[in-house]
Design a protein around this ligand. Structure first.
Ligand code: IPE
Ligand code: IPE
Ligand code: MG
Length: 257
């Protein structure tokens, strides 16, 4: 089936976001509601990831960035962290074939050096195997911190200034955008956060400057295709003004930058 077939099936208009970012939250609450250990929620959440990645590919999105683990998440009880890491390893192992089949190219942002050697290897392998895929770019944010990413960008730019490669006056917004770990990706058009929390929790701080926000009470393990389509439909109703006065709802012109 082609992208336009899927658009028809899901009753979506053609102008979809190019880049969607998701704060996948609520796994713990999902488990608690069922009197299950938190890890059961994380396990169920992995199934949502599989489904949302597949639909994103079918709809021809360019990039999907998933907040899987923040630098702050290292503060969680040791057992939860180690089970989460185990799950990540399993995910990387078991999903590679599915990613390949769906032409999905895997990438990662964050302090991946904080991950165990085994997981780093598994991640590298999956990135390598899918490196020729030309469909969706799936980016996992792992041990990610928006502030750290900005700090690293500043360091990189400072080095260039010191070596004379660029002048301080030559630093533009674009210089910073490009120096971030997301520098090669399109702008984040839509940010989704599940489970109702109204905060960015140190996610893509610079990148979210003009993103549309969609917060749903649905917990991440319950967030499946119909919920994702609802978020995309909602996005298609938004007026994106970028500080201007354009008021054409849903028109292609209101998306121009
Ligand atoms: C999100 O679910 C997954 C990670 C942060 C790894 P949570 O584990 O934060 O779930 P809640 O917020 O406790 O419900
Ligand atoms: C944000 O969720 C991080 C991820 C989804 C990986 P958290 O549950 O860690 O965020 P807070 O604690 O509600 O801010
Ligand atoms: Mg949470």
């Amino acid at each position: 089936m082609s992208v336009s077939d899927y658009l028809k099936r899901y009753r979506l208009k053609p102008h979809l976001p190019r880049h969607v970012a998701i704060i996948m939250d609520g796994n713990g609450r999902w488990a608690k509601k069922r009197h299950l250990p938190r890890i059961a929620g994380h396990r169920a959440g992995a199934l949502s990831i599989r489904e949302i990645v597949r639909v994103s590919g079918q709809l021809g999105l360019s990039a999907l960035t998933l907040y899987a683990f923040s630098t702050e998440n290292w503060k969680r009880p040791r057992q939860e962290v180690s089970l989460l890491m185990k799950l990540l390893r399993q995910y990387l192992r078991s999903e590679v074939q599915e990613l390949l089949q769906n032409n999905v190219r895997l990438g990662a942002i964050g302090n991946t050096k904080d991950l165990s050697g085994e997981i780093q290897e598994e991640l590298e392998k999956a990135i390598q195997i899918t490196s020729r895929c030309t469909g969706l770019n799936l980016i996992l944010a792992l041990s990610y911190s928006g502030r750290t990413d900005l700090t690293n960008a500043v360091k990189e730019i400072a080095k260039k200034v010191k070596s004379g490669k660029i002048k301080p006056e030559g630093i533009k917004e674009e210089t910073i955008t490009k120096a971030l770990s997301t520098g090669a990706l399109p702008e984040v058009d839509l940010l989704i956060r599940t489970s109702g929390e109204m905060r960015v929790s140190n996610f893509l701080l610079w990148e979210l400057a003009y993103s549309e926000f969609y917060v749903t009470k649905t917990l991440w393990p319950d967030f499946r295709t119909p919920h994702f389509i609802a978020a995309l439909r909602d996005f298609q109703k938004r007026q994106r003004r970028f500080g201007g006065v354009e008021s054409v709802i849903g028109s292609v012109t209101s998306w121009a930058r």
